[in-house]
Design a protein around this ligand. Structure first.
Ligand SMILES: Nc1ncnc2c1ncn2[C@@H]1O[C@H](COP(=O)(O)OP(=O)(O)OP(=O)(O)O)[C@@H](O)[C@H]1O
Ligand SMILES: [Mg+2]
Length: 369
C-alpha cells in the first residue's frame, strides 16, 4: 500500500505531499479542483500510464517542463516517476531505474473505477478481456509468459496471411498458437469461475434487489462452440487470408455474467450496473488478497454519480470488509457522514490544486480511553 505520496507540477497540482491512510482516503472537492488528477497520479505511479491521456505530456502542469510523482510502498520501497524533457518517462523503483513496466505493475496492483463505469457493458470484448487478464496477470505469474508468447505467434501467423504465404506456411504457426491459446483459455475460465463466486457474494451485499437471483458465467473462448481450435483455424484459413488476420482464438474471447438468465445490460438500472462493475472489482481484489496475500489499491472516481446515499454506504462497508487501501473522490461533504471514519481512514479537501488533510473527528476518541 502507499504510505507516502508526493506530486510536483502534476496537472493543476503544483506541490502536494500526503500520507495516505491505509483504509479509505476520501478526496472531497469542487469540480475542477484536482480530484481526478490526484487519482491519475496514483494510477501513473502504479501502472506507468494514464487512464485519460495517451500522451503523458498532458500530465505536466502548463508552463513546466517536467512533473514528478513520488510514492513510498509499505513505508520502505521508494517509487518515483518523472515525465518530460528529452528523457520522456523515467521510472525508479527501489532507487534503481526500472527495466520493464510489468515489474512496476506487479508491485502495486491497482483497480480504477471511473465515474461512468456502468458503461462496462457497452464496452467491447477487448475491455472485458482486459478485466480478466488484469486478474490473471497478478494471480498466475505464468500467465504473462503464455500471453506474450501467444501474441507473438499470432502476429507471425497474421504476417504470413498478409504476405499471402501458402496454407502450409500459415499453418506452421498453428501448433504453438493452439498450445499457448488453450492454456490462456483454461486460465481464464478457471479464474472467472472463482471471480463468479466472489462476485455473487459482493453484488448481493451492495445491491439488495438481487439477493435471491441466480448468476451464471458465460465464456466464449474466441472460436465456435463445440469446435476444436485446430479445426477452427484450419477451416477458416481462406477467410482469414481475405481479412488479413486470424479471426479465431483467445484474442477474440468474451465473457459475461447472466442474472436469472438475463443480460445485465438489458436488466439492470444504471446504478445497478455500476454496482455490478464494483462487485466484479471487489471479487478480483478479494481473490488477489486470498491467493497472493497481496494488497492492492482501489481508486473510485466520483462515487456518488449514479449511486444514492444508501448504496454508497453499502459500497463503503464492502470496501472496509475487504480491507483495501482506497482513494475515493466526491464533490460533496455527504460521504463523510456516511463513512464511519476510523483511524485507518482519512479525508482530504482538494481546492484549486491544493490538497489539505482534514482533522479526523474519530481519532480524538482515543483521548477518552
Ligand atoms: N496539464 C495541466 N496543467 C494545469 N492544469 C491542468 C492540466 N490538465 C488539466 N488541468 C486542469 O486541472 C483541473 C483539475 O482537473 P480534474 O479533472 O482533476 O478535476 P476534478 O476535481 O476531478 O473535477 P470534477 O469534479 O469536475 O471531475 C481542471 O481545471 C483542468 O482544466
Ligand atoms: Mg473528476
Amino acid at each position: 500500500m502507499l504510505t507516502e505520496l508526493r506530486l510536483t507540477n502534476f496537472r493543476n497540482i503544483s506541490a502536494v505531499t500526503v500520507s495516505p491512510a491505509l483504509g479509505i482516503n476520501l478526496l472531497v472537492g469542487e469540480n475542477g479542483s484536482g480530484k481526478t488528477s490526484f487519482l491519475e497520479a496514483v494510477y501513473l505511479l502504479a501502472m506507468g500510464r494514464s487512464f485519460r491521456s495517451r500522451n503523458l505530456k498532458h500530465l505536466i502542469q502548463h508552463g513546466y517542463e517536467h512533473c514528478q510523482v513520488f510514492g513510498r510502498i509499505d513505508r520502505t520501497i521508494p517509487l518515483g516517476i518523472q515525465l518530460g524533457g528529452t528523457a520522456g518517462v523515467q521510472i525508479r523503483l527501489n532507487n534503481a531505474p526500472l527495466k520493464k513496466l510489468s515489474e512496476l505493475v506487479l508491485h502495486l496492483p491497482l483497480q480504477y473505477i471511473p465515474a461512468n463505469c456502468h458503461q462496462f457493458f457497452e464496452q467491447g470484448p477487448k475491455f472485458r478481456r482486459k478485466v480478466v487478464d488484469w486478474g490473471l496477470f497478478h494471480v498466475e505469474h505464468d500467465f504473462l509468459f503464455h500471453w506474450q508468447n501467444y501474441r507473438k505467434v499470432l502476429q507471425q501467423r497474421n504476417a504470413a496471411l498478409r504476405a499471402q504465404k501458402s496454407n502450409k506456411e500459415v499453418s506452421l504457426w498453428d501448433g504453438q498458437l493452439i498450445s499457448y491459446g488453450l492454456r490462456l483459455t483454461l486460465y481464464r475460465e478457471a479464474y472467472l469461475q472463482e471471480v463468479l463466486q466472489l462476485f455473487q457474494y459482493w453484488f448481493t451485499q451492495i445491491c439488495n434487489d438481487y439477493k435471491s437471483a441466480s448468476f451464471e458465467l458465460r465464456y466464449a473462448p474466441g472460436w465456435p462452440k463445440n469446435t476444436e481450435l485446430s479445426v477452427a483455424l484450419q477451416s477458416n484459413i481462406d477467410r482469414d487470408r481475405v481479412l488479413g488476420y486470424s479471426r479465431n482464438g483467445p484474442h477474440a474471447a468474451d465473457w459475461s455474467i447472466k442474472i436469472d438468465g438475463a443480460d445485465p445490460l438489458e436488466l439492470l438500472s444504471r446504478g445497478q450496473q455500476k454496482l455490478f462493475y464494483l462487485a466484479i472489482s471487489f471479487a478480483q481484489l478479494s481473490l488477489l488478497t486470498k491467493k497472493r496475500q497481496q494488497q492492492s489499491i482501489l481508486l473510485i472516481d466520483d462515487i456518488s454519480s449514479e449511486l444514492d446515499s444508501s448504496h454508497q454506504q453499502l459500497v463503503l462497508a464492502a470496501i472496509k470488509a475487504i480491507g483495501i487501501q482506497t482513494f475515493i473522490t466526491t464533490t460533496t461533504d455527504d460521504l463523510q457522514s456516511l463513512l464511519n471514519i476510523q483511524e485507518s481512514d482519512a479525508v482530504f479537501h482538494v481546492k484549486q490544486g491544493e490538497v489539505a488533510s482534514s482533522h479526523q473527528p474519530m481519532l480524538s476518541t482515543n483521548d477518552d480511553t
